[in-house]
Design a protein around this ligand. Structure first.
Ligand code: ATP
Ligand code: TYD
Length: 235
């Protein structure tokens, strides 16, 4: 399917309209950003890696009947997705304490949580993406109680599926973020599942295999993204 007009250009991706009003082309850029876009970087091939990893995870989740916007891969850095009316809530699932969670609750860095924690953030860059709970989501008119229940259920299921999958690849799923959107009455996962939006550590060494290497100037972000793709695809 061919790209038509630009619909939206974000920090990491571009969405184009297509001849089918229900379908979009999602293009992954080589750009890396952090801290609400204030820190910028890029490496060649990053878009291709993120497209390949998102494609893999979305297809893997569809096997478990988790509904996503993914339709098909179009090229190295482009996928066809269903156009969604996005719900402006970022849904974060955490399995291991790190960063803000560890600091806020004085938890040991790397502590495995006995239960996953699900957090919601309002997706609004101007407000700095404040944390909200499901009651804010209803009261601000972003989702109904039923939709939030469904979103929570799906996020938990995705966590169980991806955590088990990555464990078999010798990797820990520390935390990740999902975005959801509506297509008619259906609620689907949109956006991406990549090391930009997940924290993934090597199980044996705790080596960080995600965007934290860029956020915290640890170096080698390009190398770990490539290694992650290889390990996920089991090459
Ligand atoms: P952030 O980095 O905070 O997510 P952004 O807008 O810069 O913000 P990008 O990932 O570059 O993020 O842009 C992709 C945009 O497209 C996001 O706003 C996302 O919510 C939206 N989006 C993702 N999937 C779909 C979809 N299927 N239909 C419509 N919009 C979508
Ligand atoms: P975040 O909630 O920003 O936590 P911290 O302040 O501890 O870094 O991030 C938790 C996980 O969710 C991390 O893997 C990154 C991902 N995430 C995003 O990718 N985008 C977001 O807007 C948010 C809130 C989280």
């Amino acid at each position: 399917m061919e790209k038509k007009d630009l619909l939206y250009e974000g920090k990491a991706k571009i969405l184009y309209l297509t001849e089918d009003q229900d379908m979009l082309v999602q293009v992954f850029k080589d750009d890396l950003t952090a801290f609400n876009g204030t820190k910028k970087g890029r490496f060649q091939g990053k878009g291709g890696i993120c497209n390949a990893l998102s494609t893999f995870f979305f297809e893997y989740l569809e096997n478990y009947h988790v509904p996503t916007h993914f339709q098909k891969s179009l090229s190295e850095n482009e996928m066809l997705v269903r156009r969604l009316e996005m719900i402006p809530v970022e849904v974060v699932v955490r399995n291991i304490a790190t960063a803000t969670l560890a600091k806020t609750y004085n938890l040991e860095e790397g502590k495995v949580l006995p239960y996953p924690i699900i957090e919601f953030f309002l997706k609004d860059d101007r407000l700095g993406d404040p944390m909200i709970n499901e009651h804010h989501a209803y009261a601000l008119g972003h989702a109904t109680p039923e939709e939030m229940r469904m979103i929570t259920r799906v996020a938990s299921k995705v966590n169980a599926i991806l955590k088990a999958f990555l464990d078999r690849r010798g990797l820990l799923l520390v935390d990740f973020k999902l975005e959801f959107g509506k297509s008619g009455k259906d609620i689907l996962i949109g956006d991406e599942i990549t090391p930009d939006t997940c924290r993934i550590w090597d199980k044996k060494t705790n080596k960080k295999m995600d965007k934290d290497r860029f956020r915290y100037d640890m170096g080698g972000v390009d190398k770990v993204y490539k290694e992650l793709l290889d390990r996920v695809l089991n090459q």
